[in-house]
Design a protein around this ligand. Sequence first.
Ligand code: RUB
Length: 311
Amino acid sequence: MNVEETAGSIRRMEIRGAGQIARAAAEALKQIAVEHRESDLEGLRRKLTEGREALLSSRPTAVSLWNAVQWVLRGTDEIREVGELRETIIRRADEFVTRSRTAVERIGVIGARRIRDGDRLLTHCNSSAALSVIRKAHREGKKVEVIATESRPWRQGLITVRQLADEGIPVTLIVDSAVRWVMRGIDAVLVGADTITSNGVVINKIGTSLIALAADEARVPFMVCAETYKFSPRTMFGELVEIEERDRTEVVRPGEIPDEVDVLNPVFDATSPEYIDSIITEIGLMSPYSSYEIIVRELGHEFLFEDSLTE
Ligand code: RUB
């Protein structure tokens, strides 16, 4: 896929989930470098800049996309030779994709240690990081059972139940509004993240914050499974996370309600750190209050400072 096709697929949600979006963006930038056969340095730079813009505008909320693009392009302005620029882009993109996949696996290993034999887990939407934990616990021989929310309006919960059922993991689908009703029988909630801010707020699929409230009320641990590239350096410099709003047709069919009735379709919401027991990352299990340190240590504070203030 070229960069325009990738951006289009992300926009239409054919490629979705913060981790997958990030990997697809890195691959698309790599593709630009692979296909650039001319000796024209400026031509390659121009294509990369256009590609960057197309990718970043495809979906606004997941910082994983921004971090992936930064990872591949950072510092490349200094390169003065076309071959070196091509090689750097290809190497960095490969590096990002490998690190991202390894991170999801490591989250599985770390998170599975918190799952006990016989646990009944609840998950929301479709998160590869959260499912990595569930899969790993299952493969270790722990008997786990999963309750998965439908996740209206896109119903990503259907992907989740298919993926779990394929692995022989007992799973039950519920409508989103049944969460509080089932919460009393749940041992732990596992969700993913699109963005984690420097003050520990988790942005994830709409409905996540309600689930966190219900978990808090029932004293059920609420765990977020997220690679370190889901942390947002941009929020450290005061930027707010843009919550994507999508079309009304995702919620109601044309003609189903009067046209003059507005439909609000926010895609993500924000869960405050006080509702989050732990964030499971590839470098360890931590408190949401450690966000700032993660950003500084893992994402490179000085470099990000420059970029975040000039964007
Ligand atoms: C997906 C979603 C997922 C996170 C994390 O939303 O909210 O929980 O992206 O996913 P959408 P992962 O379907 O709108 O992209 O752990 O796979 O990165």
